[in-house]
Design a protein around this ligand. Structure first.
Ligand code: ADP
Length: 767
């Protein structure tokens, strides 16, 4: 049959497709218009070479499609948009006419029906394979999903193949191959190959896109960051090149007053730094290291003032009392000057808080003309805080000693190791052993800080340590130190410290003059006695500061000229009295004995109570006692049992009765052996029902056979006894020498009785 022919460029239309294409060639437009006027049918086929303007039969693909022209739309510039619907696969047997448009001899060539051509199972297999391929394809491609989902529901092979040709955007040549396929088997093979190829291409495409995107993202991010850094540097007025900085460092390194070995390391690092690209992480690490080394004092020292008389004057100027401590410190300094080396052991000032330990160390620094730096060791657990981190760690820092030297800028400062008893060890290493290296004069001229790497010389540093409780200092450290005890202050000492030091200091701090605010003796004594209860003078200083602040406000708000703090006006500034003291009992009682205790914050009295009740010989202990104290209680009971017969107690007594021993203020933990004689006396009194003197207190360790052993912290204990209005105190005989060292201010009014054994104790205590 003859039909008008339109030659398509770069387009294959398959049966079933509804597409539009634009025609500009006159012959194509005429053919379409002719068809529109008759039965609307046109044969379309692809040109083999789309460059050819006026194709002949040989230039056209033989297989094409008979289409129905559905619409012609006139576009701009002689172009017609033709909308067609593919009808049937046909073959072009030849061109019959060429003018005014092509007319071809067209033969209908439908394929054999699929059921005739391929048996059912094979068909089914092909459908399944095609669907699998489609599935893979749709995973790689994001468009056409709906159409593909629809295809997945098709059951017939021919339908599926036709749809694949229509929906999947194969290139025109591929579609032409599908059109050329003489039967469904061939069509299937082509379709499958095309599908797979398409899926593979899309996969590769995606991979490429991803790689390219990553690359772009990374380089873009770096670019943006670098640009930002540049702007920041410009804002800060910094040069962005390492070379210039490196040159500057090099100059500084050459001028540095340091051992050659240090300079060598430094110059090497600077050279490395020069080569590192600007702005990199490594550059920052290197820069920090160089700057740290440059800032360390190395050979820079200050001149010491070795005049011990001057030192004593300074200490006296800054501190009231503390004669023994000052003397020991000055002796220590004298020896140190004579020996010329830090071979003398390190001083450790041990005593309760607020007794002036830190402030003595500061005075020593002032006396010697040394720079002062305080390192707080309380709670330090990580060895790295002492020795620093290796530079490979992110955010690595030097240890506290290197930092201290850097800060003071001289290599012979006074470094205060505050609270050396509060360090602890954990899995991160041993703080004490690192400190040991610092304090050991044999090793500390080569102290290794992990960050600094070059050995640091700490031998010129004067170390002074402080501790609240010397028994908590790790043994090896304690061995290297000379402990000087700083003890509690008496009320009289506190009075003088306040008058001579604390009040002037606080007046100055608050911008007051001695004229504006003054304290009467009674007023100050009341503050000390009724508003503070402490070994040192910290709370006292705080209370004085509080009064100063209130007075400053009064002066400003009410225009007051002069304020005097008297016994009566104290309450106005500090509120109601805060402190009540454990006073001696007024009545002599059975089973209650007063002991004396020492704690790291001062002394106190504690009452021990014992009750006896019918039972089966158990000993019950309450009041948060530590292990040592519990053992002491056992010991006391054993002793009492061993002497029971002397006091006329029946042998069976201890089998038929329970004994309960309690120490009040049950929430406060207590420990130590020094309540031994007190517990023994209390048990014996309870058992024999003999009364104990109410105005008596005692302290001493007891042995199994009743010997009384010496105890520590006597000054604090006697002070506490005095505060509690106790008149008679039993003290171990071996503590005689300690008592002689205690000022008469404390011992005055106290009847101190020395005891050697329990029978002496009981003789004194029981009525
Ligand atoms: P510590 O280090 O023993 O805990 P501080 O040295 O911090 O105590 O002392 C607390 C305050 O008490 C400081 O202001 C200090 O000057 C002052 N102080 C302590 N003892 C005396 C003293 N004997 N003479 C003068 N001031 C003292």
């Amino acid at each position: 049959m003859n039909f008008p022919v339109i030659a398509l460029r770069g387009l294959t239309i398959l049966p079933g497709m509804v597409v539009h294409f634009d025609a500009s060639r006159k012959k194509s437009i005429d053919a379409a218009q002719k068809a529109m006027m008759s039965d609307q049918k046109v044969f379309v086929t692809m040109q083999k070479d789309s460059e050819i303007e006026d194709p002949y039969a040989k230039d056209l693909c033989i297989y094409g499609t008979l289409v129905r022209v559905k619409q012609l739309i006139k576009m701009q510039g002689n172009i017609i948009r033709i909308m067609v619907e593919g009808l049937e696969r046909c073959r072009l047997n030849g061109i019959i006419e060429r003018d005014p448009y092509l007319v071809g001899d067209i033969e209908f060539l439908p394929r054999k029906s699929v059921s005739e051509e391929i048996e059912y199972c094979r068909q089914e297999a092909m459908v399944r394979i095609l669907k699998e391929d489609l599935d893979k394809y749709s995973a790689e491609v994001s468009n056409n999903k709906q159409a593909i989902a629809h295809m997945m529901t098709m059951k017939k092979l021919d339908e599926l193949l036709n749809q694949i040709g229509i929906i999947i955007p194969f290139d025109p040549e591929s579609k032409q191959r599908m059109l050329d396929a003489p039967n469904y088997e061939d069509l299937y093979l082509i379709a499958e190959e095309l599908l797979r190829r398409e899926a593979a291409i899309n996969e590769i495409k995606k991979e490429f896109q991803k790689k390219v995107k990553e690359r772009i993202d990374k380089s873009q991010k770096e670019y943006v960051l670098r640009e930002q850094m540049k702007v920041i540097r410009e804002e800060l007025g910094e040069d962005s090149s390492n070379t210039q900085d490196a040159d500057e460092y090099e100059k500084q390194a050459n001028a540095l007053n340091a051992p050659d070995s240090v300079k060598e390391v430094l110059l090497k690092e600077i050279k490395r730094f020069k080569a590192i690209p600007n702005g990199s992480q490594e550059g920052t690490v290197s820069r920090n290291y160089i700057e740290t080394l440059l800032e360390l004092p190395w050979n820079n020292c200050t001149q010491d003032n070795n005049d011990t008389i001057h030192a004593m004057n300074v200490l006296n100027e800054d501190h009231y009392g503390l004669e023994k401590v000052k003397e020991r410190v000055v002796e220590y300094l004298a020896v140190r000057t004579l020996v010329h080396k830090g071979d003398t052991p390190i001083i450790c000032l041990a005593g309760p808080p607020g007794t002036g330990k830190t402030s003595i160390a500061k005075s020593v620094a002032r006396a010697l003309g040394k720079k002062y730096h305080r390192i707080s060791l309380g709670g330090v657990r990580d060895e790295a805080e002492i020795r620093g981190h290796r530079r490979t760690y992110l955010g690595a820092m030097p240890g506290c000693f290197a930092k201290a030297l850097k800060e003071v800028g001289t290599s012979n400062p006074l470094i205060l190791l505050d609270e050396i008893d509060k360090t602890s060890s954990d899995y991160k290493g041993d703080v004490a052993s690192a400190l040991l290296e610092v304090l050991d004069s044999e090793q500390n001229n080569q102290f290794k800080d992990h960050y600094i790497e070059v050995p640091l010389d700490l031998s010129k540093v004067l170390f002074i340590a402080t501790a609240n409780d010397k028994s908590m200092i790790p043994r090896p450290l304690l061995d290297r130190m000379e402990v000087i005890d700083v003890t509690s202050y008496t009320e009289n000492e506190k009075f003088h410290i306040a008058k001579d030091h604390l009040i002037p200091k606080q007046l100055e701090r608050n911008g007051l003059t001695a004229d504006q605010l003054s304290f009467t003796t009674k007023g100050l004594q009341k503050i000390i006695h009724n508003y503070t209860r402490e070994a040192g003078v910290r709370t006292l200083e705080r209370q004085i500061a509080k009064i100063c602040r209130k007075v400053v406000r009064e002066i400003l708000e009410q225009g007051r000229g002069k304020v005097k703090i008297t016994e009566t006006s104290v309450e106005k500034y500090l509120g109601m009295e805060k402190i009540t003291y454990n006073k001696a009992n007024t009545e002599d009682q059975v089973g209650i004995v007063r002991g004396l205790a020492w704690t790291s914050v001062g002394g106190d009295t504690l009452e021990i109570e014992v009750n006896v009740m019918p039972g089966s010989g158990n000993l019950q202990l309450t009041g948060q006692m530590g292990d040592v104290m519990k053992e002491s209680a056992q010991l006391a009971l054993t002793y009492v049992r061993s002497v029971a017969s002397e006091y006329g107690i029946d042998k069976k007594f201890f089998e038929e009765n329970d004994i309960h021993l309690h120490i009040p203020e049950g929430a406060v933990p207590k420990d130590g052996p020094s309540a031994g004689i007190t517990m023994t006396t209390a048990i014996l009194s309870a058992v024999t029902k003999q009364k104990v003197y109410a105005d008596l207190a005692m302290t001493g360790e007891v042995t199994l056979r009743g010997r009384v052993l010496p105890i520590g912290g006597l000054k604090e204990k006697l002070l506490a006894a005095k505060m509690a209005d106790i008149h008679r105190v039993l003290v171990p005989d071996e503590n005689r020498s300690d008592v002689s060292e205690i000022s008469t201010e404390i011992t005055k009014g106290l009847d101190i009785v020395y005891v050697k054994n329990m029978s002496e104790v009981l003789g004194q205590a029981l009525l």
